[in-house]
Design a binder for this molecule. Sequence first.
Ligand SMILES: [Zn+2]
Length: 98
Amino acid sequence: MKIVRCISCDGFGWFEDDFSGEVEDCDWCSGVGYVYRNEKGTDKRIPRDDFETVADQLEQLEIERMREMGYQGEAKKPWQQDIRKDTNLGQNPYDNNE
Ligand SMILES: [Zn+2]
């Protein structure tokens, strides 16, 4: 089954009420931002139990969405990534050459 961006919230997974400023989960995708679409073009929520299975696909779709929104971030070098900051990989191996 194909995974597509939720047509109701456009991948955000939630709505913000313009007047009250309150945030509500999208009913169509139950806050996931993406739904299954079958061959007939019918959308179906992705059950919570499936999240682990489809995590990679969702991440990929999310990256595409960020790009579409104009996110032009360049790929960071490994030692520039926050996730590696306090590890050996968080050190610039070229420090001595610069
Ligand atoms: Zn939605």
